[in-house]
Design a protein around this ligand. Structure first.
Ligand code: ATP
Ligand code: FE
Length: 335
């Protein structure tokens, strides 16, 4: 089975070709135009998708060394995401499936961040059902009980900002360019995670909150900069390490509670923030520390990519869950 997958939910145009559960190609065109605006500009994003989609798909096919005629199905991201961005991918996928007369498969982007673990990769194990997924990305922070490929329940989620936003907004306070998450990670690796303490939010149950942390960081920085204008540049590593440490503790506290409540000890992480080196090490260490089995995705399947859309497409192909051209994109989508 050859699946062409298209992902265009936010600001990256991505295409991948899978042969069953193996990735033959995984191409991403990042839209750097948003950096100067400090966030994704929806109108610019959809326009850039229009420019990128044909070259990106052609590159994916070429890299996989297959022709369009050999494809078994086309999978695309139905949502959630920016409507103008989603429409570019869905329209293209619909047209191509009609032209080639092959099945069309709609994929939930958040399912894909979780099910990326089912891509066949040397050195990476696949979780068995049921497992817990911690999805940490630019728009979501969720603990999901995954019973089967398409049977998932959200058992905890953020009540305000997503963890990716917590990273990006903290970075902005520090004067770092957008998206700041990877930069916080980079500086954090050189700093002392216990240098500064930030209070953790008190949210009942398995839900999260990150907006209070952002405000605490803002007030802390304002106070310190008033005392010493060079405070940020002199302490950037320690500040980033401390912020990252606090975020990781918030996530780990909730994961521990989720394990206690569900009795499930298999934990998979997914989403852009699972690229974070501190989170990756902490999760791996949790195997020894708590007796969990943890799954950390291959780096290229953390931030938005089409390979993860392709693996869900493959599972839906096997289940024969197909759409016709009347399928609509959804900016918000429930599980
Ligand atoms: P969603 O998946 O919720 O729709 P999205 O697709 O926009 O959101 P992703 O691409 O999955 O988001 O993740 C992007 C987020 O990941 C950004 O907030 C970015 O800062 C963050 N991120 C990426 N790498 C790192 C890192 N190494 N450390 C911390 N955050 C990171
Ligand atoms: Fe995403």
């Amino acid at each position: 089975v050859f699946i062409l997958a298209i992902e265009s939910s936010c600001d990256d145009t991505a295409a991948a070709v899978l042969k069953d559960d193996k990735v033959l190609s995984n191409v991403v065109a990042n839209q750097l135009i948003h950096n100067e605006f400090g966030g994704v500009v929806p109108e610019l994003a959809s326009r850039a998708h229009q420019q990128n989609i044909v070259p990106v798909i052609n590159a994916a096919l070429k890299k996989a060394n297959i022709t369009k005629e050999e494809l078994s199905a086309i999978a695309f991201t139905q949502g959630p995401g920016l409507m103008g961005s989603l429409l570019v991918g869905s329209s293209f996928a619909k047209s191509l499936s009609l032209a080639l007369n092959i099945p069309l498969i709609a994929v939930n982007h958040m399912h894909a961040h979780i099910l990326a673990h089912y891509i066949d990769e040397e050195g990476f194990d696949k979780p068995t059902f049921p497992f817990l997924a911690l999805t940490i990305s630019g728009g979501h922070t969720q603990i999901v009980k995954v019973n089967h490929f398409f049977d998932m329940e959200i058992i905890g989620e953020t009540t305000d900002d997503a963890v990716g936003e917590a990273f990006d907004k903290s970075a902005k306070i520090l004067g770092l360019p957008y998206p700041g998450g990877p930069l916080v990670d980079k500086y954090a690796q050189l700093g002392n995670p216990k240098a500064f303490a930030f209070t953790k939010p008190k949210v009942p149950g398995l839900d999260f909150s990150f907006s209070g942390l952002k405000t605490a960081i803002l007030y802390f920085i304002q106070k310190k900069v008033a005392e010493n204008p060079d405070f940020i540049s002199e302490n950037i590593n320690d500040i980033c390490a401390s912020i990252q440490h606090t975020i990781i503790e918030i996530l780990m506290d909730k994961l521990k509670l989720a394990v206690k409540e569900t009795g499930i000890k298999q934990i998979a992480i997914g989403g852009g923030v699972s690229a974070n080196s501190g989170i990756r090490t902490t999760l791996k260490e949790a195997e020894k520390r708590y007796g969990w089995k943890t799954f950390v995705p291959k780096f290229e399947y953390t931030t938005d990519n089409a390979a993860m859309i392709g693996i869900v497409g493959y599972q839906k192909f096997l289940a024969e869950t197909f759409e016709d051209a009347t399928v609509v994109s959804k900016a918000r989508i429930q599980f």
